[in-house]
Design a protein around this ligand. Structure first.
Ligand code: GLA
Length: 725
């Protein structure tokens, strides 16, 4: 890892463990992006800034003259609006004159060790100062006085860079930030595919791959959250790249609000990629002396295929994003009441669940929605975070004592950023809902969104949450968010700041999450939004795990978990076994074992045979805990590419063992199944725990095993565990 400034060439070279990123200060202090890819030793980039301006239609800088350089075609480091670069812009700031021409140029830079947090926003971190190095390039728009600092972090142990930008208005006149992206990258070709993750409630993060084409393409959210529909992730991969071969650039925005990830292929056949806050519905009033901080974007590069790109994300997120006690400490195996009882529970039923779950080896009971206010279905009480004593007589204390007596920990559900029209809170504070003047807001799941952009609202909600968490022995919180944000506005925001609402809302959410993780560092936090509607790296910075989907059908889960693994580690993927009857319990457990693992059913209803299967899975949970959370994932057979089978393998970091799982989605007779394994030490010998057979790593990776007949029916699963001998 190193960041070096080559004075003579006026070049910055930013190296991670395996990549180089090259920026040049060109004539008139334009910043050019010359290279991002595999690590290189030299910086002779003579002639690289030359592109093909489109005759008189690509403007020239009057000082530089018409020498083949135009902002319209040059590989601009951070593209701005209106000053000769007609491609998608990363920055547009309207000034006191009313125009939004923006043109930032290099002023100075500094390089230092370590990594600083971004004020009010979650971000990745360095475990020690030696692990990361930062380059801050200060730029200025000479005409308006706008100051923009481009911040780059490179990491020592992995091919990961992060980027963000901060804008300061040092003048005495206000400015309006119309768009500010976290990352801008110009690549010298358009022969790439773009991979993104689309979905909906109960069907999250399907893999979409398309060839880049001339024009603008990409994904975004306007839902107020990252959302089910598109994830703030995109990869640009070389044509033909597969799991094991080819170049892959992966990008992920550390942000839970409206985002945009766009690629434009221009008239020169080059590609600009930008990722950041969605400019639609956004504007920030940057008053004199104020600073705006963009969220952070993570970027990964590898020339070893899409699978390796995913593993780089997984390792990086496990070590440099997820934090707190449960980053390393073993998480309790939980059972959640939702699919077992929905709103229909009381103390006796929960204690009965715990008694039965205890016999299976389950370690924590989570009481889901329905414990507060008068909530017996989804039409009331959000905002009234006090115990419903009709269900839980005497409150939480006697319940938790009885759960704890069974030896189980106790967890609870919240949906803090919401308000039901039928709630004491709404009756007392009707303008605390998210709304705009004179317009009746839309309703979703019978609820409004609570305006957590407001400090007074956050004080109230936090006060209620704090009371419950501080007065009771609570080991886990599930933090839900069950609708998207329409009618985006706050009663407190003046008209000139009204388009700040979406970003201020997310900052409010982060403030609440920050209060919780600071005041209760021992609580295990699980994120959720109708399943995986807010599955993003910013939430992972607070909650080490996120409920992946409300869909617990194991076959559907294969798609959801494969897609989610594009950039999110197994340790983050909430995965439970439910009573859904598409397959037997063996398959349900084998699929949930990929993620955090837990149960979501009435344990008293399990047959004696199924209880034995559950006990075996509970034992496997402990046996494979470190392997699954710390190991390397190989997607061997993807359900997106094979309608018959799905298979994956998790290999220990030191290659000493691996767990293989295969699921038959649709049985087909007369099809042989040979599986070649990946990621092993070819010189080591591995023993199959089931039959004692021993093979070299080279054999398993090149010949593979004949697994024909191991899964014989639709929905059947097969696992195998190998250890080095
Ligand atoms: C969301 C969650 C579920 C459950 C319900 C409760 O849909 O994803 O797991 O908590 O809310 O209302």
């Amino acid at each position: 890892m190193s960041i070096i400034f080559y004075e003579k060439e006026k070049i910055f070279k930013l190296d991670t463990s395996d990549t180089s990123y090259v920026i040049k200060i060109y004539d008139e202090n334009y910043l050019l992006n010359l290279y991002y890819g595999k690590k290189i030793p030299d910086v002779n980039f003579k002639g690289f800034e030359k592109r093909l301006p489109s005759a008189s239609f690509s403007p020239s800088n009057p000082v530089i003259g018409e020498h083949g350089f135009s902002p319209d075609s040059a590989p601009i480091e951070y593209g701005c609006n209106g000053a000769g670069d007609f491609r998608i812009s990363a920055l547009s700031v309207r000034n006191a004159n009313g125009d939004n021409v923006t043109d930032i140029r290099y002023v100075s830079h500094k390089i230092y060790a370590g990594k600083k947090p971004i004020p009010s926003l979650p971000s990745t971190y360095a475990n020690t100062d030696d692990e990361a190095q930062i380059l801050e390039i200060t730029t200025e728009d000479k005409v308006t006085g706008l100051q923009a600092v481009l911040v780059y972090t490179v990491f020592e142990n992995c091919p990961v860079m992060t980027r963000s930008i901060r804008l300061t208005n040092p003048t005495d006149k206000p400015m309006h930030v119309e768009r500010v992206f976290s990352l801008c990258l110009d690549l010298p070709s358009m022969y790439y595919d773009m991979i993104t993750l689309y979905g909906r409630h109960c069907c999250e993060r399907n893999i979409q791959r398309r060839p880049l084409a001339h024009g603008v393409q990409g994904v975004e959210s306007k839902r107020g959250v990252s959302g089910h529909s598109q994830n703030p992730f995109a990869a640009i991969v070389s044509r033909g790249a597969d799991e094991d071969h080819g170049e892959a650039y992966g990008f992920n925005l550390v942000y839970s609000g409206n985002f945009s990830a766009l690629a434009e292929c221009d008239h020169n056949g080059t590609t600009r990629f930008i990722m950041g806050i969605n400019p639609e519905g956004f504007e920030w009033f940057l008053d004199s002396g104020e600073t705006f901080y963009s969220p952070e974007a993570v970027s990964v590069y590898t020339d070893k295929g899409i699978g390796e790109m995913s593993r780089i994300f997984h390792r990086f997120y496990n070590s440099n994003l997820i934090r707190g006690k449960y980053k390393t400490q073993k998480r309790p195996l939980l059972i959640n009441s939702w699919e077992a009882a929905y709103f229909d529970f009381d103390t006796e039923k929960l204690v009965a669940f715990a008694e039965s779950a205890k016999e299976l080896g389950i370690e924590m009971l989570v009481m889901d929605d329905g414990w507060f206010g008068k909530r017996n279905c989804d039409n009331s009480s959000l905002g009234d975070w006090f115990v419903n004593e009709e269900k839980l007589p005497g409150g939480l204390k006697p319940l938790i004592e009885r759960i704890n007596q069974q030896g189980l920990k106790f967890g609870i559900w919240y949906e803090p950023e919401m308000i039901s029209p039928d709630s004491d809170l709404f009756r007392a504070q009707p303008d605390w809902q998210v709304h705009v003047r004179d317009r009746e807001p839309m309703i979703g799941r019978n609820q409004y969104v609570l305006d957590v952009s407001r400090e007074d609202v956050r004080e109230n909600i936090w006060g209620q949450i704090y009371k419950v968490l501080s007065e009771n022995k609570i080991d886990y919180v599930k933090w839900d968010f069950n609708r998207n944000i329409s009618d985006a506005g706050s009663a407190l925001l003046p008209p000139e700041r009204s388009k700040e609402f979406f970003h201020r809302f997310i900052l409010g959410t982060y403030d609440l999450l920050n209060r919780l993780t600071t005041a209760f560092p021992d609580i295990l936090l699980e994120g959720c939004s109708g399943g995986g509607g807010r599955f993003d790296p910013a939430m992972l910075a607070f909650s080490p795990q996120i409920w992946t989907s409300d869909n617990t059908d194991p076959i559907e889960r294969l798609y959801i978990q494969f897609g989610t693994s594009m950039c999110y580690p197994a340790s983050a993927q909430g995965a439970h076994v439910s009573a859904c009857d598409r397959t037997g319990y063996k398959t349900k457990g084998d699929v949930a074992m990929w993620g955090t693992f837990g149960y979501e059913l009435d344990p008293r209803k399990l047959t004696p045979e199924d209880r034995e299967i559950v006990k075996n899975h509970v034992a496997s949970y402990h046996k494979y805990y470190d392997l699954i959370r710390g190991g390397d994932l190989y997607r061997l057979i993807s359900p997106f590419e094979n309608s018959r089978l799905a298979a994956w393998q998790i290999v220990a970091g030191d290659k000493s063992s691996f767990l293989f799982t295969m699921v038959c989605m649709l049985k087909k007779d007369n099809v042989m199944t040979f599986v070649k394994f990946k990621g092993l030490d070819e010189n080591a010998r591995y023993k199959n725990e089931a039959d004692g057979e021993i093979y070299s790593g080279a054999f398993l990776m090149n010949v593979g095993l004949n697994l024909t007949g191991c899964v014989n029916r639709d929905g059947e699963s097969f696992t195998a565990y190998f250890t080095q001998v």
